[in-house]
Design a protein around this ligand. Structure first.
Ligand SMILES: NC(=O)c1ccc[n+]([C@@H]2O[C@H](COP(=O)([O-])OP(=O)(O)OC[C@H]3O[C@@H](n4cnc5c(N)ncnc54)[C@H](O)[C@@H]3O)[C@@H](O)[C@H]2O)c1
Length: 343
């Protein structure tokens, strides 16, 4: 299979590309490379020419990207609430409009398989409960509203030779060749190793559906390879388990204690934006026979093996935090900062 992965230079995209190559597929990545193309180049160097990439912006669709492509995994765009709130116009153009345009182009080309990296944050704000794919969602932030627009556009275009699949991915954790330390488990791990202290806002009782980055890659591949009638026009929640934030802090602190590190947990006031929701992953298990399985504990162990605990200075680099990096890029663009000083 020849797969186009948009956003393939990102946290999830790189892991998905790695897995596709391992299966023997060929991959074309289109990415603006906000975070650089180093990890992708390294992967391409080990791919026997099966991984190629184009530096491109999904807001300026180039139909040549689709030449020879059998299937698309669409991950490009602003990928969290803070960056979407920082530049709502760019967010709308990337996550909503570009998704619709890319899907229209695929439909015209006869590229049936299209998997969209949507977000479980669509379930936020509904109130208490366990949500599934039939739940009526009421997105309230720029990010989730744009993802909902993308989902609706895909469902509207679905049928007659176009079979899109929507993956509502839970908050992701785990190790990728392009790391993010702005996602709850990864952030706790970073804070634990750098400061030895974790803050539990409002006690940390909030629920979040979580999933390891390697399982997200496997979820995309499940959809890219399943019978079309099982996935076309369908939404699937992607999650290993629902956890309370407090529980995550304890798992991180406990894991660090096995490395002789003491991590203090401290309660803190609630921030303005609090995300609190739970979802079910039953549909993916029942329809596709795939259930994300890598637990937070297992994933922390893998990350701890990768992190040099005696040298954590590099974790301060803004590159690992999307909103911090976006501010840096704006400052560089405005001539207020020298790019070289960030390395
Ligand atoms: N990581 C999570 O917890 C999570 C959870 C739910 C959904 N998602 C969604 O999954 C997708 C991937 O997330 P991620 O964690 O890998 O994020 P990421 O920020 O690490 O990667 C996004 C990639 O898209 C690229 N990109 C951004 N705007 C682009 C544009 N206009 N044109 C071309 N490329 C562009 C970036 O350069 C980056 O390489 C996103 O759509 C995100 O909304 C992520």
């Amino acid at each position: 299979m020849h797969v186009l992965v948009t956003g393939g230079g990102g946290y999830i995209g790189l892991e998905l590309c790695r897995q596709l190559l391992e299966r023997g597929d060929s991959v074309r990545v289109v990415d603006r490379f906000f975070f650089g193309d180093g990890p992708l180049r390294a992967l391409a160097g080990r791919s026997d020419g099966r991984l190629t990439h184009v530096a491109g912006d999904v807001r300026e669709l180039d139909l040549q990207w689709l030449d020879g492509i059998d299937a698309v995994s669409h991950l490009a765009g602003l990928s969290n609430d803070p960056t979407a709130e920082y530049n709502p116009t760019a967010n709308w153009k990337m996550n909503a409009i570009a998704t619709e345009r890319l899907a229209e182009a695929c439909r015209k080309r006869g590229i049936e398989r299209f998997v969209f990296g949507s977000s479980a944050s669509l379930y936020d704000g509904i109130g208490p409960g366990m949500f599934d794919e039939l739940t009526e969602v009421q997105p309230r932030g720029a990010y989730s509203i744009s993802k909902k627009y993308g989902e609706d556009a895909l469902l509207r275009l679905s049928g007659s030779g176009f079979a899109p699949t929507i993956l509502r991915q839970g908050t992701v954790y785990g190790w990728s060749a392009r790391m993010r330390f702005d996602l709850v488990v990864n952030t706790f791990l970073k804070d634990a190793v750098t400061a030895g202290k974790l803050y539990l806002h409002g006690g940390g009782w909030q629920w979040r559906p979580l999933v390891d980055v390697s399982d997200v890659g496997r979820a995309h591949i499940s959809c890219l390879t399943a019978p079309l009638d099982a996935v076309g026009g369908e939404i699937f929640n992607v999650m290993q388990e629902n956890y309370q934030v407090r529980q995550l802090a304890m798992l991180v602190a406990g894991s660090l204690s096995l490395h002789g590190r003491r991590v203090e947990l401290q309660e803190a006031p609630l921030p303005k934006l609090v995300r609190d929701y739970r979802m079910s992953n039953l549909k993916m298990t029942q329809r596709l026979g795939f259930t994300p399985a890598v637990t937070v504990l297992e994933s922390i162990d893998v990350m701890l093996a990768k992190l040099p605990l005696d040298d954590v200075g590099w974790l301060a680099n803004p590159r690992w935090y999307n909103i911090a990096w976006m501010s840096v890029l704006e400052e560089v663009h405005a001539g207020q900062r020298d790019f070289a000083s960030i390395y």
